[in-house]
Design a protein around this ligand. Structure first.
Ligand code: PCA
Length: 212
């Protein structure tokens, strides 16, 4: 029986809702084939976000960790390929921090790749009718910060981890011109992300590259 820790960020930037938090509330305790989901809520604050997830990892001792955040403008569930060692915040985080071009870990490697099977995950969701594509940037705000920090903590441990961005919920699209996804589809999609992670100890070799 594998344990999958899925984490969701609280609202940020003056918003009252974050689909990541809404989704993890519904995923708490959900059974998978050969596994079970545990969850935790994460503050949108640099360093505190990493500490929160590291504490949850030490408490739950999961086999896999899937950190999740919202990405306005995304039209699909997007497993991230890479985390980079830089904080360049366009807006302050929930602690009022707004670093510009600061490393997350001084003298850390420039980047860490995901250790989740993102190609197999994308195929699984697509086959189940849920829009999904690999993303090659998690931005430079708290989502990338958490992705990098947790990868750094896990660098010598046998626990798979990756970050997944999800679209806005329909109720967040107050101007009616943004891409959205229903909470039901996001929850179902994240359940498939967890199941595909358990089912694919090594990733599939499937092209998912992009040409700029
Ligand atoms: N999205 C932000 C931070 C928290 C969240 O849900 C980001 O993409 O960095």
């Amino acid at each position: 029986m594998k344990k999958v820790l899925i984490t969701g960020f609280e609202p940020f930037g003056g918003a009252s809702i974050n689909p990541a938090l809404e989704a993890v509330k519904r995923l708490a305790g959900v059974e998978l084939v050969g596994g079970k989901i545990v969850v935790c809520e994460v503050p949108v604050t640099r360093f505190e976000s990493i500490d929160t997830v590291v504490n949850a990892i030490e408490q739950h001792q999961p086999d896999y960790v899937i950190t999740v955040g919202q990405a306005a403008g995304r039209t699909a569930i997007t497993p991230e390929r890479v985390a980079i060692n830089v904080d360049d915040f366009r807006i302050p985080d929930n602690g009022g921090n707004q670093p510009i071009d600061e490393p997350i870990i001084a003298k850390g490697p420039d980047a860490y790749f995901t250790t989740l099977p993102i190609k197999a995950i994308s195929r699984t969701l697509q086959e189940n009718g849920i829009p999904c594509q690999v993303s090659n940037t998690a931005g430079t705000f708290v989502c990338n910060h958490l992705f990098y920090g947790v990868q750094h903590y896990l660098r010598d441990k046998k626990i798979g981890h990756g970050f997944v961005h999800i679209p806005l919920l329909p109720e967040q699209d107050t101007l009616g011109n943004q891409a959205t996804m229903s909470l039901e589809t996001i929850v179902e999609g994240l359940r498939f992300v967890a199941q595909a992670t358990i089912d694919n100890p090594s990733d599939m070799i499937i092209g998912a590259g992009q040409i700029c």
